[in-house]
Design a protein around this ligand. Structure first.
Ligand code: RFL
Ligand code: PHB
Length: 394
């Protein structure tokens, strides 16, 4: 098999890249290890930055998001029994859109299949070869057969556990990592969200987050130790804990059937550079942020805006300068987003071995951020997303 761009992974990064290339008449093949149902049902992120929603709209992927997504003009920070709203519209004139990642993935898969462009499901890449040449190859397994996909470029959009990053010799990479001593226990519940906008709560018993997917579906999280066994958390215990941590005057949590329960470990991770010859990494394949800043999917999209532009230059004009600049352009944003995600995480969670001083200092920090227009503006700028350059893409 031959194509111009071999894309490993049908997550948001791989599918968006395939879509942007297709709009410029550049052929690609997407290889995805799981079946279609699996990737369309996987519940993950839910918050689209301002410019990410704009990009999806302008490239023809936003129709259902605009109908069903919830536009939010702020978030609530709850601590010490108080709730303070950070008003994004007022502070930075921008919003976020709450719309499930699996819905975006569905919209992207539908657009690709409608265009008659190839995605191979249940096709697992096992190796990437010849990346030092202009004819790299992805070796993959499909329906019990080992096959080869030859391309001019390989895009490694295969997430944190994918094969692309691992196929680069470790001597060419520098890795930065930080693990956190806590995890998130998340539920999806058929219950009316108890707040119109998200609530990030810092409580003596730990962090809690109230989010949503629709006016009838709540997505809720509590901070737990990373070695937590979900079997120890029957639904009633989760609701009780959420109620305690989210408590505020006049606030009533609506309960309902829990339809999904999951545990997410928290980590910050970056590999540099994001390119090895004709193999380019994008999204979770090259970096991970803890979810407290709602940035993972948005950062994957930002990488793809740079990658698409680099590939237009290479494959339309024969220019390699875009490939050369790719990693540095992405990393400039990645490290800012790493900082924001780390900051939101450490400000809102509780460490098991923390001193009473740490707790009081954290409350001081929350007071400082919510009490200062300058500090709240910085939070709003980062949460709604640093500007994306959409020129030449839409
Ligand atoms: P993905 O989505 O992991 O997609 C990678 C795809 O590659 C496939 N794959 C392979 N295919 C072929 N061959 C192989 N060898 C392969 N290995 C893997 C996988 O099956 C998969 O389909 O990576 P991508 O595209 O980079 O997208 C990144 C985002 O998914 C991720 O950053 C976000 O979900 C993170 N995240 C959030 N991000 C936000 O922007 N806002 C949020 O509100 C937010 N909340 C979250 C989150 C992640 C969470 N979890 C579960 C980690 C909340 C949670 C709980
Ligand atoms: C979600 O709705 O899943 C969600 C929202 C905000 C976050 C993380 C996850 O910071």
């Amino acid at each position: 098999m031959r194509t111009r761009v071999a894309i490993i992974g049908a997550g948001p990064a791989g599918l968006l890249l395939a879509h942007l290339l297709h709009r410029r008449g550049i052929d690609s093949v997407v290889l995805e290890r799981h079946d279609r149902g699996h990737v369309e049902r996987r519940i993950r992120a839910g918050v689209m930055e301002h410019d990410v929603a704009e990009l999806l709209d302008r490239v023809g992927l936003g129709a259902r998001m605009r109908r069903q997504g919830l536009v939010h003009g702020g978030i609530n920070l709850r601590f010490a029994g108080r709730t303070v709203r950070v008003d994004f519209r007022k502070l930075v004139g921008r919003t976020v859109t709450v719309y499930g990642q699996h819905e975006v993935v569905k919209d992207m898969i539908r657009a690709r299949l409608d265009a008659g462009a190839p995605i191979l499901f249940e096709a697992e890449a096992v190796a990437v070869e010849d990346v030092a040449t202009s004819r790299p190859v992805v070796v993959f397994r499909h329906r019990g057969e080992v096959r080869r996909l030859e391309a001019e470029v390989v895009a490694g959009c295969d997430g944190f556990h994918g094969v692309a990053r691992r196929s680069i010799p470790t001597s060419h990479l520098t890795t930065y990592e930080r693990r956190y001593p806590y995890a998130w226990l998340g539920i999806l519940a058929e219950a009316r969200p108890a707040s119109e906008e998200l609530v990030y709560a810092h409580h003596e018993r730990g962090f809690a987050l109230l989010s949503m997917r629709s006016p009838t579906l709540s997505r809720l999280y509590i901070q737990v130790p990373p070695d937590t066994d979900l079997a120890d958390w029957p639904d009633g215990r989760i609701w009780d804990e959420l109620e305690t941590r989210l408590a505020a005057p006049g606030f009533r949590l609506e309960r309902g059937p829990v339809i999904q329960k999951d545990l997410t470990v928290m980590r910050s991770f970056v590999t540099e550079p994001m390119r090895h010859g004709r193999l380019l990494l994008a999204g979770d394949a090259s970096h991970i942020v803890p979810p407290t800043g709602a940035k993972g999917l948005n950062l994957a999209v930002a990488d793809v805006t740079h990658l698409a532009r680099a590939l237009f230059a290479l494959l339309k004009e024969g220019r390699e300068d875009g490939l050369e600049r790719y990693s540095a352009l992405c990393l400039a944003r990645i490290w800012k987003v790493q900082h924001f995600s780390w900051w939101m995480t450490t400000m809102l969670h509780r460490d098991e071995d923390e001193l009473p001083f740490d707790h009081r200092r954290r409350l001081g920090e929350l007071e400082a951020v919510t009490g200062s227009r300058a500090a709240a503006t910085w939070l709003a700028e980062n949460y709604t997303g640093l500007p994306l350059d959409l020129d030449d893409l839409v």
